[in-house]
Ligand binder design. Structure first.
Ligand code: ATP
Length: 119
């Protein structure tokens, strides 16, 4: 059953869920993002934001957490293949962190556009 096309897709989903759980359990940066996401979700219900605002908020949360996860994966790869100090490793880690920064800035702007008018 697991060797069929559908079986392989289901197995892939299982690994992805396990990976998401590992990120939440082990990575402080993801834990911070998860807590912020929960707070923003409560805020969404409290301020009764519109469907369009929910779409943007959920998209922003997904974007930041996805890129933060990819940043963690990039860090793990470079630490594994080259544990020693090297300027190229520093560059790779810096640009991976920079990608998170872009997503975080976009999410912050979306949050401001949604919530500032509510005050
Ligand atoms: N092996 C290395 N070679 C060169 N520069 C490095 C290396 N490791 C880290 N750096 C530099 O230090 C910065 C922070 O690295 P890293 O993300 O590993 O530290 P951290 O954020 O304290 O780690 P963690 O997220 O695991 O707590 C990198 O962006 C990079 O500029």
């Amino acid at each position: 059953m697991w060797e069929t096309y559908l079986g392989k897709r289901i197995k892939g989903c299982k690994y992805a869920i396990v990976g998401a759980w590992k990120l939440i359990r082990n990575e402080a940066s993801i834990q911070v993002q998860a807590v912020i996401s929960i707070i923003m979700t409560f805020a969404g219900f409290y301020f009764e934001i519109s469907t369009t605002e929910w779409i943007f908020q959920i998209f922003a949360i997904g974007l930041v957490m996805s890129i933060e996860g990819l940043n963690t994966a990039a860090e793990e790869i470079v630490n594994f293949v080259h544990p020693d100090f090297h300027s190229k490793i520093g560059y790779i880690k810096d640009v991976a962190a920079g990608a998170v920064f872009f997503a975080a800035i976009a999410a912050t702007i979306i949050g401001c556009l949604i919530y500032i008018p509510k005050f």
